[in-house]
Design a protein around this ligand. Structure first.
Ligand SMILES: [Fe+2]
Length: 289
């Protein structure tokens, strides 16, 4: 049986007011279903704040990846955002994994990620230091503000689940590639996802591709050229790509070391947003569908 442990983060920076959007990003998302921002634009929107908790967490996930021997490793936590309360964030409790350690679970139906076959995945939660940091709260609020309001029905009174994934892709010896999951064009089922570049060290690849939803399931080399909407390799610190999951599909390409023989590492922070809508039972005499 899964048990849950409430989080007791101290000194959450709740006094932060709702952030202003990155206007160009919001316009692109509204018009095209995807949008980008340069690292300098994101830094400007965050204003002057302490980056250390983000940099420390990045080194922690990199170390954990190297120690695991895996080509990919993730820290993950979820929060609830309250738009009617200055975008207050409250982190959801952690579960206990099979090894007895705290774990955050992530579940996607198999239709979204056949590689995982609908299995629930358990990840190491983000550290309290990072969860309670001003940089993470501020970034989440800037990204939430940058989602077109037309895509968030009832935004003023609907709570939002926020997923924060810090993912390290690592080619340990520089020869075996690190691949994303799923390793194909896909949608995730979360309304909006922002891919924020944090670190690239001795890396070639890890290109982000945005394409028509009808091509979901295709390998990057099999997507018809006229269905590819955008390709980018995020290299600057905090440069980002946002996608409207209902309108486009996306993927991250495989990563290899730029200089073979030494490790190549890329860390990205993915922030996703899902509105929490009331679940109702079926009407008693609903017509067959
Ligand atoms: Fe994805």
């Amino acid at each position: 049986m899964t048990t849950f442990t409430p989080l007791n983060d101290k000194a959450l920076p709740q006094a932060i007011k709702p952030a202003k959007p990155i206007h160009k990003l919001r316009s692109q998302l509204e018009i095209d279903g995807y949008g980008t921002a340069a690292g300098a634009e994101v830094l400007g929107a965050l204003a002057t704040i302490d980056l250390k908790p983000l940099l420390d967490e990045t080194q922690a996930v990199r170390r954990a990846t190297e120690q695991s021997g895996l080509q990919r490793h993730r820290f993950y936590s979820t929060a609830i955002l309250y738009p009617w309360n200055a975008d207050r964030l409250e982190w959801m409790p952690t579960a206990t994994g099979a090894d007895g350690n705290p774990a955050s679970f992530y579940h996607q139906p198999a239709a979204f990620n056949p590689e995982e076959d609908g299995d629930t995945r358990y990840f190491t939660p983000l550290s309290e230091n990072f969860r309670s940091s001003e940089i993470l709260h501020r970034l989440i609020k800037v990204l939430f503000a940058s989602i077109p309001r037309s895509r968030l029905p009832g935004v003023a009174t609907t709570p939002v689940q926020v997923g924060a994934h810090l993912i390290c892709m690592n080619s340990h010896n520089g020869q075996v590639a690190s691949v994303g999951t799923p390793n194909a064009l896909h949608v995730d089922g979360e309304q909006f996802t922002f891919i924020v570049n944090i670190l690239r060290d001795n890396v070639s690849g890890a290109e982000n591709v945005v394409a028509s939803r009808c091509c979901a399931g295709l390998h990057v080399d099999d997507i018809p050229a006229d269905k590819v909407l955008y390709r980018t390799t995020l290299t600057d610190f905090l440069a980002l790509l946002g996608v409207d999951d209902a309108r486009v599909a996306h993927l991250v390409g495989m990563l290899l070391a730029l200089l073979p023989g030494s490790a190549g590492c890329r860390v990205a922070l993915l922030i996703d947003f899902v509105q929490l809508i009331q679940k109702r039972t079926a009407a008693a005499h609903a017509p067959d569908r």
